[in-house]
Design a protein around this ligand. Structure first.
Ligand SMILES: Nc1nc2c(ncn2[C@@H]2O[C@H](COP(=O)(O)OP(=O)(O)OP(=O)(O)O)[C@@H](O)[C@H]2O)c(=O)[nH]1
Ligand SMILES: [Mg+2]
Length: 449
């Protein structure tokens, strides 16, 4: 996305704010100084000076031919009292996708520009209406596909995450003020041990924030891994209840990964079939597949490690990644068991062929999701990658400050570490603008949000 386009704050932007599926009602929204004037010619009747937040019932017409396009409700929002902080208009029409698209098209003909993904939220942020954590909460509310993700989104929306950050920031700023006072006045009143304890408290509370497991943020990714020919694709198909992935007796059948969404009770998860983990793939395509599998493992919320029970030796190597859980599952239960395998190392046995053990596996996975939902209600937060990283840096700075106090480091240097920690926190809330980061974040929003 071009930077100048993403951050152009001028002009009227417009988008369909509701989903692109036929529905009873749909909303086209506009934001920008001239929004009302721009919509005006498309409305059969409209006051010159609309009352903010009042609904006007009218017809939406083609301004050139006066032809009726839809019967609509229109709402005007005044500057400073809208989502983006700018003047906004929302047109509530009948929710057919074709209808809303043609209304939007007419507004674009009138001079509006199709909004980029997340551009409304971006304007709200740039106009100081919301901070970055709130913007991400709004995104999460619009996109949360799972009950536990929704809990997380609501916690953020309610400002719990921001409040935690603010509390830590407050303590850090207070400490900086004390240290700077000591540097200035040299009164010798700075109690280094109590300051250290205070800062340790900050480290602890920031660390709690980083402890949320992967998967809480929304997409719960279950990755099936194992040696070539373990039966991964067969299990993938059996769980989905359809033949999605190719199955053959030849090892190395799956070259690239495949993903499909799977419903487990109230939860929607992403199930991923991967290329077999072979230690020394000779074929370059297979090698790329194995690399990809390792990458998927790092992003996994949950890992099913599949082991063919008929094989003489099975690899139980610890898999890298920070998944919330891992199950070692024995496949091909219907076949003859290899006596050399340690039975105790398995959590469960299944047969994709006979269907045996499949219900138990689904039950186990659903149980894991229920645990995650319970965890979501507790103290943990689902953090984005940049938030994790910034918090880690902040913790590092505070720890160096504590160490410095102990070792008698110059107070100026201690103060600087704490200032750096504050900057890391401010990066998360968006008080410090990082344009590249922000551009990337907002681009992941939906259009119209
Ligand atoms: N009897 C029996 N055979 C199975 C079962 N699951 C898989 N197989 C067979 O094992 C072979 C390999 O199955 P796949 O599902 O392709 O295995 P994979 O792990 O995806 O293999 P790669 O993609 O090559 O790594 C096929 O011949 C399957 O029919 C099972 O539960 N019982
Ligand atoms: Mg396969």
């Amino acid at each position: 996305m071009a930077k100048e386009q993403a951050f152009a704050r001028t002009g009227v932007i417009a988008a369909i704010a509701t989903g692109l599926v036929d529905a009873a009602i749909g909303i086209v929204r506009l934001s920008g100084k001239e929004s009302w004037e721009l919509v005006g010619p498309c409305l059969a009747t409209s006051p010159k000076a609309p009352s903010p937040r009042r609904t006007y019932r009218t017809t939406f017409v083609d301004p050139r031919t006066a032809e009726l396009m839809d019967e609509v409700l229109v709402v005007f929002y005044a500057e400073g009292r809208s989502f983006t902080g700018e003047r906004m208009v929302e047109v509530f029409g009948h929710g057919g996708v074709a209808n809303l698209t043609s209304i939007l098209g007419k507004l674009i003909e009138q001079g509006a520009r199709q909004a980029l993904p997340g551009e409304f939220s971006q304007r709200a942020f740039l106009n100081g209406r919301i901070d970055l954590t709130k913007a991400l909460a709004i995104k999460a509310m619009a996109q949360s596909g799972n009950p536990f993700a929704l809990i997380q989104a609501r916690k953020r929306l309610g400002g719990e995450f921001s409040a935690r950050l603010d509390a830590a920031r407050g303590t850090l700023v207070g400490s900086i003020v004390d240290i700077e006072g000591e540097i200035e006045l040299e009164e010798g009143t700075l109690e280094e041990s109590s300051l250290s304890n205070l800062l340790l408290g900050v480290v602890e509370s920031l660390e709690t924030l980083t402890k949320g497991p992967k998967g809480l943020a929304g997409e719960f990714r279950i990755v099936i891994v194992g040696a070539p020919n373990a039966g991964k694709s067969s299990l993938f198909n059996a769980l989905l209840g359809k033949e999605r992935s190719i199955v053959t007796p030849t090892p190395g059948t799956t070259r690239d990964f495949l993903e499909a969404s799977l419903r487990l009770g109230p939860y929607e998860v992403l199930l991923i079939d991967t290329a077999g983990l072979s230690n020394s793939p000779s074929d370059p395509v297979e090698r790329l597949g194995v690399e990809k599998t390792h990458e998927l493992l790092r992003e996994a919320s949950f890992v099913i490690h599949l082991v063919d029970v008929t094989s003489k030796k099975a690899a139980f190597e610890a898999l890298e990644g920070k998944a919330v859980g891992r199950l070692v599952v024995g496949s091909k239960k219907d076949l003859l068991w290899s006596p050399e395998l340690p039975r105790d190392s398995f959590d469960l046995f299944v047969s994709a062929k006979s269907g045996e053990g499949m219900d138990a596996l689904k039950k186990l996975l659903t149980g894991r999701l229920e645990q995650l939902e319970a965890l979501s209600k507790e103290e943990v937060f689902a953090l984005g990658g940049f938030e994790q990283e910034s918090l880690r840096h902040a913790i590092g700075h505070v720890l160096r400050a504590i160490d410095g106090l102990k070792k008698g480091m110059a107070l100026e240097a201690v103060s600087q570490e704490l200032l750096d920690a504050v900057s890391c926190i401010d990066r998360i809330s968006g008080k410090i603008l990082d344009f590249e980061l922000m551009e990337g974040l907002f681009a992941t929003f939906c259009v119209g949000k």
